[in-house]
Structure formats: C-alpha cells, structure tokens
Design a protein around this ligand. Structure first.
Ligand SMILES: [Fe+2]
Length: 167
C-alpha cells in the first residue's frame, strides 16, 4: 500500500499545458484513480455482505455508490490520457497505490459497513479536495473542475452514509 505510481512520460499533444505540469497532473490523476478503484470495490464488498433490518435499502444504496465511483474513476482515468499520459487502472496498480486503509472483509452488520464506508469516504473526499487545489496550482482549471465534480459527488455519498449513523 501507498507505493507512489511512477510518473510516466507524457505524449506530445496540442493541449496547451506544459509537459512538466502534465506529467505532474497525470501522476495526481493516477493516484486518485487508485483510491477511487479501491473505493468502488470496497462499496461492492459492502453491497454483497451487509445484513440487518435495512438490508434492501443499504444493499441498493451501496450498489448505486459503486456505479458513481466507477463513473468518477472513468472521468479521472480519461483525463490522464487526454493530458498525454497513461491511465493506470488495474486492480494490481490500485492495490499498490491506494491511500485508503484496507476495507475489512469479515464484517456483516449495517453499522459496521456504514462506519467502515464513512471512514474511508472521509479520507477519500478530503484527498480529492486537496487534488482540486493541486490541479489549480498546476495551471489546469479543467482537471480542478473535474476533481470538483468528483468531490461534490463523494461529499454527497458521505452525507448519505453519515445520515444512517445518526441517532
Ligand atoms: Fe449486486
């Protein structure tokens, strides 16, 4: 875990962002792609294994979140390629680069899954928020905007999950 992805050389493109900045942005996008891939699979784990009185509702909520996380991963990966880089989206790459703690595979109850998901969502949403600032500082308002869209979606996921944990 936490092994940084190597910055691949970027291809020539007519896109008007300096090569050095694009290299940095591609590394940033791949780092957050790893987190999003991890998050999507963790949500699927919750979708499959959650049990309790709210089963149907949570089973469906987690699966909707999987679809959203996969859509965000798609946006992030394709931006890396637009910038002249290589998207690194295999499960092996995600496993070695993710910044999220491993999702517990032995839990079953709804509160356990909601807590585990909320913890990871908080970390992910905040690291995407940092990526907005990094992209802005690298002169790429479009990547910042893309991360802003992802950030807004993850904040919404966190709201949904945390609302279930309130008494
Ligand atoms: Fe399913």
């Amino acid at each position: 875990m936490n092994r940084p992805l190597t910055a691949e050389p970027v291809r020539k493109t007519r896109l008007g962002i300096a090569e050095g900045n694009r290299t940095e942005l591609v590394a940033l996008l791949n780092a957050r792609l790893a987190d999003l891939t991890d998050h999507a699979l963790a949500l699927k784990q919750a979708h499959w294994n959650v049990k309790g009185p709210q089963f149907v509702q949570l089973h469906e909520m987690f699966d909707e979140m999987v679809a959203e996380a996969q859509a965000y991963a798609d946006l992030v990966a394709e931006r890396a390629v637009m910038l002249g880089g290589q998207a690194v989206g295999t499960v092996q790459a995600a496993a070695s680069a993710t910044q999220l703690p491993a999702y517990p595979t032995g839990i079953t109850s709804a509160p356990q899954h909601l807590e585990a998901t909320a913890e990871r969502l908080g970390l992910l949403a905040n690291s995407i928020r940092t990526a907005i600032d990094t992209a802005t500082g690298t002169g790429d308002a479009d990547t910042a905007d893309l991360f802003t869209e992802v950030s807004r979606g993850l904040d919404k996921q966190l709201w949904y999950v945390e609302a279930h944990l309130e008494r």
